[in-house]
Design a binder for this molecule. Structure first.
Ligand code: ADP
Ligand code: MG
Length: 593
């Protein structure tokens, strides 16, 4: 008895849909790619309920003829390749002719399309692979494709969808992957009637700023390289902005987002010495290669590719990024963790840092003077000299130890500031080089985590400051308000996306409020994507980083001693809250050498 039968198209399409469309974000990706393939210059994406009830993409591309408007929903229906050979010269985003057939199998789809030289367009309605109507329709040139009630006939899939905030963040990620590299096209994203992004065509850096905020513009170095094998163009993050997660790492090949562990490793290798362990650079890098020398056909969603010249590409990419970072390495020859011999082993278990010999007031803020006027940072050349060169008559700076010191030589000594970013002082174990910014971060972090229970040290602003966010960020910021108030901020919403700040913690710089909040939001977003994270800790670390005195700020003798003393009273003086090394000790033997 024969038992094999051929599945009807609608079933075959539904099975194929399982591969191509597993969640709203993957339908979004296919529709955006189709719009780009159609030569659109403006592409508008509208979603409702994170794509569950509606995903609509409207483009001003070439449009389709009446019969193509029907045919496009057939499986293996594509205008992009004609023969097998074409597979080796793919210039378009799509080519499988699967997406629309798959989407139409699992949703109610409404297509309206009009070619630019036609007077009238056409509308096709299709549900579960069945065409339920086609009629001429007056519409703008281009195509509008609306996908309604995704998975309406596949309850199992529908039930697997995560809550709206998760599905929407997947959609936003797809939107970033597409828009970051197609910065020459205009895009918008509207969710539940709110315009989240409105991106004008422009440069890659403008696109990055459009997606992440204007403050991102200063965070990157430009990478550019042209060889016979590959053309590289993009931006790599300055090491100071490295993150604890691999969040913002984007590689593109021929206009397509890809995942390529080896090439990502090439980028990270270029940073090798510049970043501490478990810290990752951000980057947005576009590669252009001969389509005949890549294979993008190895994965249905096409994020994996193979390169014929992988080894050469690795080397070229690494050296291009190294070159871009060169400006940085030169400026910081004394970067921590670089030479092997500079490392000290972490403090042994149970080690309690010796008490500082000078008395200090835990509430005293050495940098409060920097607020409002520029006194603390911009001092006269002469003052700076006096502070950074040890004059040998600093005895007046030493106060009498409160308790007998447990060990002889402790951070009561005079300090020397090097390159405006390191404090050098002597410890019993040797010469300590302390990164002033990281040290201050640690001190502030400890103060903040304790402050949640104490009364915050708040300072009223002379003039209230308005801060503005995108709709999505404003919502998140609203979530953070109660915490921020605990740390001494007085913030209130005014309107949908604006907040007015009337008081800040003492260390916060007024002029940097917007940038600081933007960074705090970025940290907050990346921490909510992590499985294990403590909201308070993340926020405190983030705030501390914003408030810390920056490298390049000249510190007075007293300020340095206070900072060193404060640092040594912290439970973990050797690493910053973000896990970076604060202190490096050059041992006496090494000094001898
Ligand atoms: P593929 O993109 O792999 O060709 P799709 O199923 O995504 O397959 O699309 C099928 C065909 O429908 C495309 O090849 C194209 O000719 C046509 N098409 C799809 N979307 C659009 C659009 N937005 N504008 C014009 N034509 C489109
Ligand atoms: Mg397609």
């Amino acid at each position: 008895m024969d038992i094999i039968n051929i599945l009807p198209d609608s079933v075959a399409n539904q099975i194929a849909a399982g591969e191509v469309v597993d969640r709203p974000a993957s339908a979004v990706k296919e529709l955006l790619e189709n719009a780009m393939d159609a030569g659109a210059t403006q592409i508008d994406l509208v979603v409702k309920d994170a794509g569950r009830t509606l995903i609509q993409v409207v483009d001003n591309g070439c449009g389709m003829s009446d019969s193509d408007a029907r045919l496009c929903f057939e499986r293996h229906a594509t205008s992009k390749i004609h023969r097998a050979d074409d597979l080796f010269a793919i210039q378009t985003m799509g080519f499988r002719g699967e997406a629309l057939a798959s989407i139409a199998a699992i949703a109610q789809v409404e297509l309206r399309t009009r070619m630019h030289d036609s007077e009238l367009g056409t509308q096709v309605v299709i549900e579960g692979s069945q065409i339920v109507g086609q009629q001429p329709m007056a519409c703008a040139p281009g195509t509008s494709l609306a996908v309604k009630n995704l998975f309406f006939n596949v309850p199992a899939r529908r039930n697997f969808l995560k809550k709206d905030s998760v599905e929407l963040s997947h959609i936003e990620e797809v939107f970033r992957r597409v828009t970051l590299i197609h910065y020459d096209l205009g895009f918008s994203l509207t969710s539940n009637g709110r315009l989240l992004y409105d991106l004008q065509a422009g440069s890659m850096l403008q696109r990055i700023a459009g997606l992440y905020g204007n403050h991102y513009k200063e965070r990157f170095f430009n990478v550019e390289e042209e060889t016979d094998i590959v053309k590289i163009k993009g931006f790599v993050g300055k090491p100071d902005y490295a993150r604890k997660t691999r969040g913002e790492q984007y590689l593109f090949v021929n206009g397509r987002f890809i995942k390529h562990p080896a090439l990502s490793a090439a980028v990270e290798k270029a940073y090798s010495d510049l970043l501490p362990d478990h810290s990752y650079p951000s980057y947005f890098i576009g590669l252009q290669v001969d389509p005949a020398r890549i294979d993008i056909n190895i994965h249905p969603t096409k994020t994996e590719v193979k390169f014929v010249d992988e080894h050469a590409m690795f080397a070229i990419l690494r050296s291009a990024v190294k070159k871009a970072l060169g400006q940085f390495t030169l400026a910081t020859e004394l970067e921590f963790d670089t030479p092997e011999e500079f490392n000290i082993p972490p403090a042994p278990k149970g080690y309690v840092p010796p008490a500082p010999r000078i008395s200090y007031n835990p509430d005293y803020n050495p940098f409060a003077g920097a607020k409002g006027n520029d006194k603390g940072t911009k001092r006269s050349e002469k003052d700076a000299m006096a502070d950074t060169i040890p004059l040998g008559d600093d005895t007046n700076m030493l106060s009498i130890p409160l308790a007998p010191a447990p060990t002889p030589s402790l951070p009561a000594n005079s300090c020397l500031q090097v390159q405006g970013r390191y404090i050098v002082t002597s410890l019993s174990s040797g010469l300590a080089i302390i990164d002033q910014q990281r040290a201050h971060e640690r001190v502030l972090y400890e103060r903040l985590t304790q402050q949640a229970s104490l009364a915050p040290t708040s300072q009223a602003l002379l003039f209230p400051v308005n801060c503005q966010f995108s709709a999505a960020d404003a919502e998140l910021f609203g979530e953070l308000l109660p915490d921020l108030r605990e740390y001494g901020f007085a913030i209130d919403p005014v309107g949908q996306c604006t907040f007015v700040v009337t008081a800040t913690p003492a260390d916060m710089k007024e002029s940097e409020l917007q940038g600081s909040f933007d960074s705090i939001l970025t940290d907050y977003k990346s921490s909510t994507l992590q499985k294990y994270s403590n909201r308070t800790q993340t926020l405190c670390a983030s705030l501390a980083r914003q408030m810390a005195v920056k490298a390049g700020t000249v510190l007075g003798q007293e300020e340095m001693q206070q900072l060193v003393a404060d640092l040594f009273s912290c439970p973990m003086p050797e690493t910053s809250p973000s896990g970076k090394r604060i202190i490096t000790v050059v041992k006496p033997e090494e000094i001898l050498k």
